[in-house]
Design a protein around this ligand. Structure first.
Ligand SMILES: [Fe+2]
Length: 608
């Protein structure tokens, strides 16, 4: 059975072709349109998928779309918000004023500079008038209730309108591409659950999905056993850890859909004890295995906190409370089911530090996180479950599921830019020498990675032996990050570099979890170690990607370090490069010294 998976059109639309439970092609529209997190029908990705797989539009048996029809989604939203209004009228959290006054007394003095912040205890000031409004609408009883109700109603109006809009876009897009196969719409969280479980290779696992919103829910727990998935619990919207984290991301001046990772990075500099009790006081745990969050969509509280407290302490509190609440939820369902493997999907599980905490829960033996954990991945999840008759699937080996380009196409892109190239007999050794000599080298090879991370085929590589690398390389690449660059590490060196990897090694092949670093890692690759001593590695096995692995192996021979920095190959705020022409354009932007593309090595003419 041939299924075309289309992920939700509202953000990061992806397309995939899945045949009898095997993903033949999957990629995000952003890579082709060059618009980051592309919203809209993924026509270019579908055309690339059909061209790469040789499937014709008329051959498609079904189209999988991981949302219900717009009217049903609107009904779910209304029901969820009615239930929330009832909860909020009955729940009485402790008064905020005394909690906030006590929190003020816990703010530490800081003098050590933090890269990216003007001063270490920087607050997010917005002016006297706005700040007075945030305090009233976020932190006083009567006004915050009115503000929360208004924000909920506003969210519902926008979401319902968008579902209608994307529904007609989906129908129009399919018609324009001549796709007449039946459209299979399914409940959102079941598609997140399917991608995590079926890709994990576990026979038995607790499947946990956590995101912002989907079909009335913000999360779910299911039991996966012998290839079948049974839903145990649905976490009702708006009690959403995704929305909870979106509040702090936007209140600290970042885009919630793109920059949640910056909050994870900032959090490591802060003291979670300053504000955690303020946030925890808003959680209701009266139902076992469930929770509710009081006024969760009231962004004015987080804006008030951001104006009154150091941003690092605000970030630390949100991160810590997210970890505690998610772990508590997972622990309950682990106890209830007696399972020891956990698989994760949904946008919240892009939080690599949260995933580390879940892996560290006592009794968790195995952890897997779906590599394209956000909504971009759930069209593939649904296509997988529709096209697969059942039974446990092998775990995925890699996610090199995007397009690849011929040597002729690479030649054409290099010729168009009049770039001279060499063809080293041993390209991997040649690249390793350049990196060891201090050059920043981009690698373009093979099929493009599916999902948000560059995993070697569209990556920029650099040695990690100086901690200062983060500052100058981020500046050179035009990025602001509070998290250091992530490392790629030889598979066989994982225990030399990281602690407690056991059971999460496969997840770490896709950069989805952090580990505490060993002293060996801290001394040989300090640029990839965060201030809290963790790193988010990609572990690389030779059979998965020999050309990439060999660079690491040769670099280890030269330097003694089995790790390199691996960051995505893109221009500032652009999607990761897709074609040879994109690669050449990003390369000529002048920030990279060398380009290993196909069989060639190209020195940057601007860097000589
Ligand atoms: Fe989702």
């Amino acid at each position: 059975m041939i299924v075309l998976g289309i992920s939700p059109l509202d953000k990061d639309a992806n397309a995939s072709i899945v045949v009898d439970g095997k993903v033949l092609f999957a990629a995000g529209e952003e890579r082709f349109s060059r618009r980051k997190q592309h919203s809209g029908f993924p026509a270019l990705a579908i055309q690339a998928a059909l061209a790469a797989t040789g499937v014709a539009a008329r051959d498609i048996d079904a189209v999988a779309y991981p949302f219900l029809d717009a009217d049903t989604e609107s009904r779910h939203i209304e029901q969820a918000l009615r239930a929330n209004a009832q909860f909020e009228s009955g729940f009485r959290p402790p008064a905020l004023d005394p909690l906030l006054a006590a929190a003020k007394g816990r703010v530490p003095q800081r003098t050590k500079p933090i890269d990216g912040l003007a001063e270490p205890n920087q607050r997010f000031r917005k002016g006297v008038a706005k700040e007075a409004f945030y305090r009233l609408a976020g932190a006083t009883d009567a006004m915050s209730r009115r503000a929360a109700a208004r924000l909920c109603a506003q969210w519902a109006r926008v979401a319902s309108k968008e579902h209608q809009h994307w529904q007609s876009e989906l129908t129009r897009g399919m018609r324009e591409l001549g796709i007449s196969a039946r459209l299979e719409r399914r409940e959102h969280h079941s598609s997140h659950a399917a991608n995590a479980y079926h890709a994990s290779g576990f026979d038995s696992a607790l499947i946990v999905t956590l995101d912002g919103y989907g079909s009335g829910l913000a999360g779910s727990v299911s039991l996966g056993r012998a290839g079948r998935i049974e839903r145990l619990h649905g976490l009702k919207f708006p009690h959403s850890l995704g929305s909870f984290y979106e509040m702090v991301t936007s209140s600290l001046g970042f885009r919630p859909d793109r920059h949640a990772g910056k909050i994870v990075g900032l959090a490591a500099y802060g003291d979670p004890a300053v504000l955690s009790d303020v946030l925890l006081s808003r959680f209701d745990h009266s139902e076992p295995g469930d929770f509710r969050i009081y006024q969760n969509l009231n962004v004015y509280l987080s804006r008030h906190l951001a104006a009154e407290f150091p941003v690092v302490d605000v970030a630390a509190a949100y991160q810590t409370v997210l970890e505690r609440m998610a772990c508590r939820y997972v622990e309950h369902w682990l106890r209830a089911t007696g399972t020891t493997n956990v698989v994760l999907s949904g946008g919240v599980t892009a939080n690599v530090k949260l995933n580390q905490r879940i892996h560290e829960i006592e009794g968790v033996n195995g952890l897997f996180v779906y590599p394209n954990m956000g909504d971009g991945g759930c069209g593939t999840g649904l296509a997988l479950s529709l096209s697969w008759p059942g039974g446990v699937r092998d775990s995925i080996r890699d996610v090199y599921w995007g397009p690849e380009f011929s040597e002729k196409e690479i030649d054409a892109a290099l010729d168009a830019a009049r770039l001279t190239r060499s063809k080293p007999a041993n390209l991997a050794a040649f690249v390793a020498q350049k990196i060891h000599a201090g050059q920043v080298v981009a690698r373009f090879a093979g099929r493009m990675e599916y999902g948000p991370r560059a995993l070697g085929n569209r990556s920029i590589l650099y040695h990690g032996r100086e901690p200062q690398v983060n500052q100058w390389l981020n500046k050179r690449l035009g990025r602001t990050e509070f998290m250091p660059f992530a490392p790629v590490t030889l598979w066989e060196a994982r225990e030399r570099c990281y602690q407690h990897t056991s059971g999460a090694e496969h997840a770490a092949e896709f950069m989805t979890v952090t580990f505490d670093c060993t002293s060996f890692m801290k001394s040989t690759c300090p640029a990839a170690v965060h201030v809290d001593g963790t790193a988010r590695p990609q572990l690389i096995r030779r059979e998965v990607n020999p050309g990439y692995y060999d660079i690491l192996k040769e670099h280890e021979r030269l330097s003694g370090s089995p790790s390199l920095i691996n960051t995505s190959f893109n221009m500032h705020e652009e999607p990761i490069v897709c074609s040879p022409a994109d690669a050449v354009r990003a390369f000529l932007d002048g920030r990279i010294d060398g380009l290993a593309i196909g069989p060639y090595y190209v020195e940057n003419p601007g860097q000589r």
